[in-house]
Design a protein around this ligand. Structure first.
Ligand SMILES: [Zn+2]
Ligand SMILES: [Zn+2]
Length: 251
């Protein structure tokens, strides 16, 4: 809780101090031009010229920005559309938690001094927050090695080797598709290296639950880092999301 540097009471700061405001009003009434009257006047001017940190327009703040509000709604709907499509297809092919896969990553075991290509893993987690309309091809499937290795080159935790994989349609991972996605406003896209891919060894066919995904939080995280100028155009992003969902459906 803040302590006011003017009246030393708790719960407000100098800018919102009712006693300072009253003292300034009293000064003004007595015809005095004091630091208090000047302070209150300058605060009023500042409030008038303050701009929204999202859309950069004056007269409102981020909290009451209608542009940010509608952008958030669009972002959440697009994220849900992506997630539902992925969840449906992953359930169909059995790429849910519990499935055994061969990861494209390599594990180096310092104990045996051996490099293990395509280690056998079990999918343990789907990090849905990594799959967004902006990062719609990201690595979001977490798989843990079934065998315990001494350690790996990129995991400092011995005997617990987690591998991040994507879930994408290899049939459409060609340069032409990537170019098309880029031209549609999908950001920079490149063909995924095989290390990001996994092969399903033993599928786990079960419905994939999306009820725990906090979409509001995902949107807040996105717009915290982006203002209107860099947040991307929701309409062109919709075309990218639609197209990518179409591709994923073909797996
Ligand atoms: Zn005060
Ligand atoms: Zn605004």
């Amino acid at each position: 809780m803040s302590t006011c540097s003017y009246c030393y009471q708790r719960g407000h700061n100098k800018r919102g101090c009712p006693i300072l405001k009253k003292d300034a009003a009293d000064d003004k009434e007595s015809g005095l031009d004091t630091w208090r009257t000047r302070y209150v006047a300058s605060q009023a001017t500042k409030a008038k010229t303050r701009r929204c940190s999202y859309c950069k327009q004056p007269g409102h703040t981020r909290r009451t920005c209608t542009m940010l509000e509608s952008a958030t709604v669009v972002y959440i709907n697009q994220t849900k559309q992506l997630h539902k499509t992925f969840a449906r297809v992953m359930a169909r092919v059995g790429a849910g938690p519990g499935a055994l896969v061969r990861s494209g990553y390599e594990v180096y075991d310092y104990k045996t001094r051996e490099s293990i290509e395509h280690p056998l893993c079990m999918i343990t987690k789907i990090r849905w927050e990594k799959l967004t309309p902006v990062n719609f091809r990201g690595n979001f499937v977490v798989a843990k090695t079934v065998q315990r290795y001494q350690r790996s080159t990129w995991a400092t935790d011995p005997e617990s080797v987690e591998l991040w994989n994507c879930f994408t349609n290899r049939l459409h991972e060609d340069a032409a598709t990537m170019d098309l996605l880029r031209s549609m406003g999908g950001g920079y896209q490149y063909q995924k290296p095989s290390k990001d891919m996994f092969e399903i060894v033993s599928p786990m066919h079960s419905t994939i639950d999306l009820s725990g995904v906090d979409y509001k939080r995902m949107a807040d995280a996105h717009f915290k880092d982006h203002e209107a100028a860099t947040a991307g155009d929701p309409a062109s992003r919709q075309a990218v999301v639609d197209y990518w969902c179409e591709i994923i459906e073909k797996i």
